[in-house]
Each structure stands twice: as C-alpha cells, then as structure tokens.
Design a protein around this ligand. Structure first.
Ligand code: CTP
Length: 398
C-alpha cells in the first residue's frame, strides 16, 4: 500500500520514525507529512531519512499555488496520523485546514484515515475531544488506542499513543477497512453477549463474576461502526453505549440472557458470545433476605444453567457465523479446539489467564482466534478496542 504517516505535535512524535520504519519493513511505500509543532519533537532529517523521500510540511513550498495536498491524497491509499493530538482531531472534525497536514486531511476521504490519538488523560476525557472523535468515527475514520500508562506530564492514565508495532498491526489487520464509511457490514444484524450474569441467592445477594463487559461493548461498537445492526445483550455492568445501530437489552441472569439471545439469533447473520455466563445458579432463590442460622456453615445447592453458546450452535442455520470465547487455564489449545467442535462454532476466541493484562476487568487483552477451517491468529497484547477490531475483521472476512 501507499501510506502517508502524518505527525502532529506531541511527545509521542519521537516514536513516529519507528512506525515509518515498521511500515516500510512490511512492504509499504511511505511518505511523511508533519505539522510545525511535530518538528519540535522529531526532526525533518529523521523523517526524511527513514522514509527516504522529502517531508511534506509546508503548503507553499516551491510555489504559492502548490496543490501537493491533492496529488498526495491521490497517491495515498491510507493516511495514518500518529500521534494525533486533540488539536488535529478538533480541526479535522471542524473541517479546518490551516497547514499542510490539516489541508491534506480535509482532502482525504475520512474512511482512508487512521488516527492514533495521544494526549494527556484529561484532554482525552474532555467532552469536546470525545464528541469530535465520535463524529469522525461516524464518517468512517478509524482510531487505534490510546493506551493506558505513564504520561509525559508525570501522571498515569489513558492517553499514551499505541506502540508503533500495534499501529502497524492495525494497518496489517486491515482495521482501517472497517471505516469504509460504515458500510462494509451494512444490512447485516449481529448478536453480541457481554458482561457477567448475576444468579440470585436471595433478595439482596447473588453469585457473580468479575467480567466488566468491556470486550463485548467494544465488539458491539466495532460491528456498528462497520455498518451492522447490533443486538447487544448485556449482563449487569456500569458500561453504557450510545449508537444508532446498537440496541441494548439489559439482563441479569443466565436464563434471561438465554431467552434474549435465542430470540434474537434467528434474524442475525452471526453472533459473538463474549459474556461470562455463570455455569450454575442457586437451586432456590429466597424472596427475602436469608438470616444467619446458628453458628453452623451454610450449604448452597447449585443447578446448571442453560448453555447459550451450545444452544445457538444447535440452532445455527447455513450462512450464520457463531463465535464463542474460551477462558482456559490449562491445555488451552486442546480445550478450545474441542469446544469449537462440540458447540458447532465457526470461531473461538481463546484468552489465557496466564497472560498478564489479559482477561477479566482489564483494559487490554491478548487472544488467539481459532477457526473451524484450521486457521489460527494470535494477537499481541492490545486494547480491547483493537482486539475487537481484529475479531470482527477475522470473523466477518468470509
Ligand atoms: N457460554 C454461554 N452460556 C453458558 C456458559 C458459557 O453462552 N451457560 C459461552 C460464553 O459466552 C463463552 C463460551 O460459552 O463464549 C465459553 O465459556 P466457558 O465458560 O469458557 O466454557 P464452558 O462452555 O463453560 O466450558 P467449560 O466450563 O467446560 O470450560
């Protein structure tokens, strides 16, 4: 591909030459475009050396009627802005073109732009920035990161630019094709289950688990941004999502999730079941708060919950795609393969509790996606949003 790496003025710009190097190593033709502020953090000489071609940073270089922004946009398949500051995101969302890079961004189709935001965590959380990103995404712009971690200002939080390797992986995975104006999955309906289930013991207590719902919500967002209608069936979680193509149904128990999922599935092109469903529930649920009884312990009898994934596997019609998750602690591959067969799945996303940063309650995940066709795709440790893109790209590719 022909890729322009756009660089704006943040400290993460010192990593941009590494991104250029990785993209070139992957076989892409790369040119760089930088703002004046970017060149406070990295240099023209560095960018021209790694890319091997002159840097585009001055609208009026050469002559006053320069139209290089138009010839560059015709040349490029993709424009990756890394780092993308709050400022360039704001300009892009407002259509402001007052230097070489912002003019190029206004000339490029939004669905050919991938942004790797980087900023202080409070700037990241600001409603103006979030609104701007939301708008850009609705136009087909794709974002990678930012990650959590130490920030230049000495604090820690969300705002670090994703590693150059993760950005290069997002390019390689075709993440940006999801931004094809949000049309790639237009007309398709997908079911996603998310979060934990709560199984009531009495009127104030339940059995639950630590699932945050982040993975499922990220999957719903990626599917919707690619044009799909999404039925999101979520167990109890503090997360919320607002997107015109996402219909959220809140449930509490495994049996409620089962009812909602089995009802929605027949009208769906596919389903991704990421919920951490309780395998068992108390045999009885008291309608009042149970009192302590003497000094003896207490025995809670559990009965098995319906297996939603296996049920959808049995219901699956030709043309439907079913994706399950597996959280394994040992014999991971073997167990995941047997689950794939046993439950009549097309793909299984395996996360291992052995990997630090993967699994429940974290913002990151690391997965291996196994297909019935024998395919196996292993991810790096990435944000759940990036993992969601990898999963959606993989399971909707056929
Ligand atoms: N799942 C489900 N309904 C259940 C239990 C699990 O739909 N009652 C789904 C989960 O959403 C996940 C997958 O099944 O996609 C894997 O769940 P997991 O707990 O890893 O596997 P189990 O099927 O419970 O098998 P085992 O306990 O033997 O590992």
């Amino acid at each position: 591909m022909k890729i322009i790496v756009g660089i704006t003025g943040g400290i993460a710009a010192y990593k941009s030459p590494e991104l250029v190097r990785l993209l070139k190593k992957a076989g892409h033709e790369v040119r760089c475009a930088a703002t004046a502020h970017a060149l406070e953090f990295t240099t023209r000489a560095t960018l021209e050396t790694v890319s091997g071609v002159p840097l585009y940073s001055d609208l009026f270089a050469g002559n006053a009627t320069s139209t290089e922004h138009i010839s560059l946009k015709d040349w490029a398949d993709l424009l990756v802005v890394a780092p993308a500051t709050a400022n360039i995101i704001g300009k892009m969302a407002s259509g402001i073109a007052d230097d070489a890079l912002s003019t190029l961004l206004l000339a490029m189709a939004p669905q050919r732009v991938l942004l790797a935001p980087a900023m202080n965590s409070q700037m990241w959380a600001h409603p103006a920035l979030q609104r701007n990103l939301e708008l850009l995404r609705s136009w087909g712009v794709v974002t990678v990161g930012p990650d959590d971690g130490p920030l230049a200002c000495g604090t820690s939080g969300t705002g670090r630019m994703s590693d150059p390797a993760a950005i290069a992986a997002a390019v390689a995975n075709g993440d940006w094709t999801n931004g094809d104006g949000g049309q790639r999955l237009a007309g398709e309906r997908w079911l996603v289950t998310a979060g934990p289930t709560y199984e009531r013991i009495d009127s104030v207590r339940f059995i639950g688990n630590y699932s945050s719902g982040k993975m499922g919500f990220a999957l719903a967002r990626v599917l919707a941004e690619a044009g799909a209608e999404v039925e999101l069936v979520s167990g109890p979680t503090s997360l919320s999502i607002s997107h015109p193509r996402i219909h959220t149904e809140r449930v509490e128990s495994a049996r409620e999730m089962y009812a909602a999922a089995t009802k929605a599935f027949p009208a769906c092109r596919g389903a991704i079941l990421s919920a951490a469903v309780a395998d068992y529930r108390p045999r009885e649920c008291a309608d009042h708060k149970l009192k302590k009884q003497g000094s003896e312990g207490m025995t809670l009898q559990l009965v098995q919950n319906p297996d939603i994934l296996a049920t959808l596997g049995a219901m699956k019609a030709p043309g439907q795609t079913l994706v399950g998750f597996a959280l394994e602690t040992d014999n991971e591959l073997q167990n995941a393969h047997s689950k794939l067969q046993r439950k009549n799945l097309d793909f299984i996303v395996m996360n291992s509790l052995r990997d630090a940063g993967a699994g429940f309650g974290t913002d990151t995940n690391k997965v291996t996606i196994l297909g019935t066709d024998g395919s196996s795709k292993e991810s790096a440790l990435m944000s759940k949003e990036e993992i969601a893109r990898l999963i959606v790209n993989t399971v909707t590719a056929s």
